[in-house]
Design a protein around this ligand. Structure first.
Ligand code: AMP
Ligand code: MG
Length: 306
């Protein structure tokens, strides 16, 4: 199955979240059936990130959005476990600080976008400025309604400069959200996450869903696609997100750069001498010498035949 395609919201199409089953799990009977593929994806992500660092050409921006309890933290935990921390960062966006409020809403976003060779995961993002801000009327409608075009222009600029943007909406239903809040209540290690607003925000569920429909429908382009991921099953969500990241990065057709120096010189200059000093296989010729000798041998053989 090509997941990149299946959950991709095509440019110009209006997403209908009610028609996407949050409990969808494809042909997988249960988590156990997906374990091998999950491990394979993680392994592949590790390799692809190493290549990305070496090439130092692409930047990857992963945007995660979801209703409260939708699994942003869990997804980050899973996906980032495959990455070398030196090449990636996670940035969470909370209620803007006084300094952030004194700037335009993209100011805090733009300064933390990924540099070449690096990836950044956004735990919430500039989309909050057309989600919570719209639902709670934090700015007038004529301000937030202009933001879709502004966001598109911003993301286009990033894409033109070599940043691949992949946006995930982790789609859960209202019942699953309540189950997860209940789990938090019952689990001492998760109780700190509970806030009253998690529950009061549930009253705005439909408004949020509508705001998501607009954000996703108006802001999905091939250069910055939205994916709606069925996320009631955490393992399925992790599988889909990792699969889409693998497919995205494989699409770059990355290659390790050629060495910037002559390796045979390095071998001869440092390794042959050192080996000799240590009395280790000093007489063993370097690969290039063997190859040169073999070539000479072939030429001589040909001459003799004549
Ligand atoms: P959490 O992700 O649970 O730590 O919560 C962060 C909170 O910050 C959420 O309630 C978001 O809705 C809120 N938030 C994030 N960005 C903005 C924004 N631009 N304006 C207002 N609230 C925001
Ligand atoms: Mg929260």
């Amino acid at each position: 199955m090509n997941f990149t395609d299946q959950f991709h919201i095509k440019t110009g199409s209006k997403v209908d979240l009610r028609k996407i089953d949050p409990s969808f799990q494809g042909d997988y009977e249960n988590e156990a059936a997906a374990v091998d593929e999950l491990a394979k994806n993680s392994q592949r992500l590790t390799e692809l990130q190493a290549l990305m660092t070496a090439e130092n050409k692409h930047s990857l921006l992963i945007v995660l959005q979801a209703m409260d309890g939708g699994g942003k933290d869990g997804t980050i935990n899973h996906v980032m476990a495959a990455m070398n921390p030196q090449g990636c960062s996670v940035v969470g966006f909370k209620v803007p600080t006084a300094e952030e409020m004194a700037h335009d809403y993209l100011w805090r976003i733009h300064k933390v976008t990924p540099a070449k060779g690096r990836m950044t995961v956004f735990n919430r993002s500039h989309y909050e400025d057309v989600l919570v801000v719209r639902v709670h009327k934090l700015v007038p409608v004529d301000v937030w309604s202009k933001r879709y075009n502004e966001i598109n222009a911003f993301e286009r600029g990033l894409a033109n400069s070599g940043t691949t943007i992949v946006k995930f909406f982790l789609h859960i239903d209202k019942e699953e959200q309540l189950r997860r809040f209940k789990d938090r209540l019952d689990e001492p290690a998760k109780q700190w996450k509970i806030s009253d607003s998690d529950y009061t925000e549930r009253e705005y569920w439909d408004d949020y869903q509508q705001a998501y429909v607009d954000a996703i429908s108006k802001c999905s382009f091939n250069y910055a696609p939205w994916y709606v991921i069925p996320a009631n099953h955490k393992w399925f969500r992790n599988l889909m997100v990792s699969q889409i990241l693998v497919e995205t990065m494989e699409g770059w057709k990355m290659k390790y750069p050629e060495p910037s120096i002559d390796l045979s010189v390095i071998r001869q200059k440092y390794h042959a001498e050192v080996a000799e000093e240590l009395g280790l296989a000093a007489s063993e010729p370097v690969v290039e010498e063997v190859q040169a000798k073999e070539k000479k041998g072939k030429k001589k053989g040909k001459k003799k035949k004549k």
